[in-house]
Every structure is written in C-alpha cells, then in structure tokens.
Design a binder for this molecule. Sequence first.
Ligand SMILES: [Zn+2]
Length: 431
Amino acid sequence: MKTLYKNAVVLQNGHSPVIKNGFFGVDGKLISYVGSKAPEEKYDSVIDMSDKIIMPGLYNCHTHTPMTLLRGVGSGLPLDKWLFECVFPIENRLTREDVRIGSELAMLEMIAGGTVSFSDMYFYPEETAKAAVEAGMMANVSRHVQAFPFDPPGESDKRINESLELIKKYNGAGDGRIKADFSIHAEYTCDEATAKYYSSICREYGGNMHIHLSETFKEHAECKEKYGKTPAKWFYDLGAFDSSAFLAHCVAIEDEDIGIIKDSGASVVHTPTSNMKLGSGFMPLKKLLSSGVNVCLGTDGAASNNNLSMLEEMHLAAVIHNGYNNDATAVNAGTVIDMATVNGAALQRREKRGELREGFFADFIALNADKPHMRPCLDVPSIVVYSASAADVCLTVCNGRVLYENGEFKALDKERIYYNAERAVERLYGQ
Ligand SMILES: [Zn+2]
C-alpha cells in the first residue's frame, strides 16, 4: 500500500529547512518520498494534509507506563516520601493484570499524543511488552534490578533472573519493535555487589542499561557521604556505563559527572515535568548540550507528572532553562525537537528512525494547525514546541501502520481498556 500525503508542512527534523506545501510518500513500512514537488511515481491513495504539520513520531525515553493506575497519587510530597510512603505501598498491591491494564491505558494516551516509542522501567515488564506488540508501538522494556538491606535472601537474584528472562523472551519481539533492556533502579536502591555483577552481564550481552541518576540533591549528597563519590562515578566504577547506558533525570550531576557521561557515550533523559512537580530541581541541560552528550526527553511515570504528553515535556524543556539561565538562547526549539525524536532513536539504538528521510521507517505524526493557537504558522519549529499540545495530534503512524487518526484508535480498543482500568482501580483503592 502506497500513500501520498500532499499540501503538508513537513518538518523532517529539528535542524533541516521546513518544507511548506510538501509531499510525503509512504510505501509499506518505509518513507518513499519527501519533497516540495509532486513525485513522479503513482500512489494508491492521496490524502490532502492542508493545515497539517507532518513531523517524526516522538520518543518518550523514560517512563513507567503501568503507573497510569497511580496517576497523581501523593501529589505535593517530596520524592523520598512520595516514593517510600505513597508509591511503594500501592505498587505492592499491583498484580500482573494491573500492570497490563496500566500499560494499555498509557499506550492509548501516548499514541493519542504522538508518541511512537518509549523506554519503560517496571516490574512484570513482559505484560508491557505484549501490550506494545498489540498496540503497534515500539518499546524498550526493562525489569529494574534493586537490592535492599531488608530483602529476604535471594530477592535481588530473583529480580536479576526476571530481567534476564525478559531479555531472552522479548528482545526483538513484534518484528523488532520490542527491545528488552537491562536496568538498575538507582544507586540508593541497589548495592555495590549487585550493581557490579548485573553490569557485567549487561556488558557481555551488549545490552542497553537504563538507570535513574542523581534525581535529587539529597540522594546525590547521601551517595557522596556513603561512598565518597557521586552516583555517576559509583555506577562508572562498577561498570554500569561500559554498556550503552541511558540516565534519567541527572538533576544533581556535577561538571565531573558530565565528563564521565560524555566519555562513556551514555545518553541522558531529561524529565522536566517530574523534576518540577517533585521539586527536584533543574538539570544542567545547557552544559550537557554544549558538552555534546546525547540528551533525550521523557515524561517519567504518570504518578509524578501527571500525564504522558511529550509535547508538554518539549515545551517545558524549551522554556525553563532559558529562565533558569537568564538566557533566551540556552535551548532552542529545533534542539528540543531533536531531543524528542532523533536523539531518542539513537538512545534506543534504532537505525533509520527518528527523522523523515526517504528510506527511513515511516514513524510520523501530524499536528492539526487549523486551530487558533497554531495560527499564523510562520516559524514551524517554534509553533510545534511553544504552541502545540498533545490534543493537536491528529495522526500517529508507527512502522507504516496508522495507530490513531482524528480521535480514533486503530489498534487498541479504548472502551475495553477504560473498563478494565476502572475495575483495576476499584481493586487497588477499594472504591
Ligand atoms: Zn522514573
């Protein structure tokens, strides 16, 4: 099936010139044409995209999808209280079925908001993987490893085994759309022996390593007090950065940490809403960008956000650092678009994705610019980053498959997912 979209504004990435009145061709899973002149070859169907902006699908590089069932719980608490006193007790009641339902609810939201791929960290991750296969999305799933002093014997080994089992069963599932990553929750929820051992397996395997790093100044200072080094140095010394690592938050990192991250080739995932909501602070984005680190964007889970809108993360990333640095040039719109798209594809190690180029995979979205807040559409990257919201997404396509179009879900059954989510919430909260 060959489809030609015509009269569209085409944003190939955050740094190339925008094509106005453009033509965008899709042949099966691949992009077959991008240009300002009509292609010579014939297409099976031609769709008019007047007043629509076509751009690459978004990559949510740090989330916990099943946490949609905990949307907004513990709002107003600082991170340590929020996590240990509010989130963990609810998570202890979550069943495998709840994880599946929460993941599906998250996928509805992500698809409707233009996200085509996400990097997840949670337990029962095979349920998230199965749901992503069905939803038609790409997903890097992981079962995070933790080690607590109060664990019963063998508990951290059990978590490691679950992670390895996931990798064995689901890496490459869904025609390669699903990848299974390694993951250590954080320095403060792990011990040295476990982190070192698990990192060595990741290195041998050649996997990706997903970690929460220096999310708060408190956690960062406590690590220095305990080990005499920063969390970044701690993970580096234990071999966690020998693999292709990606580090969520990085609010409290120091200049030396940025050097370690850059030299290790690790990526950083900026989560501005979560950092602002939990009062964690400002990631040194300007420094990270100028040092050449691959910086991506993520929403974090719905408990600390409260939504999974990548366009909202893009907006915040673009404005808060200019304000924080008293510098209107600190972060520009094109850079933010790349953070949300092509940089995410690089973090997930997905080739020929994240940009709209001929021969690349057809992962793209369309924004409806026929709305008052999108007019006049003079500077397209600036309209996308500063004016648009998730509600403006009118088309989401992943791997050439239409997942969402004008409010209608093509792969997922919204009514069934809503019904199941309500039953799960009744079980979880007794309402
Ligand atoms: Zn997180």
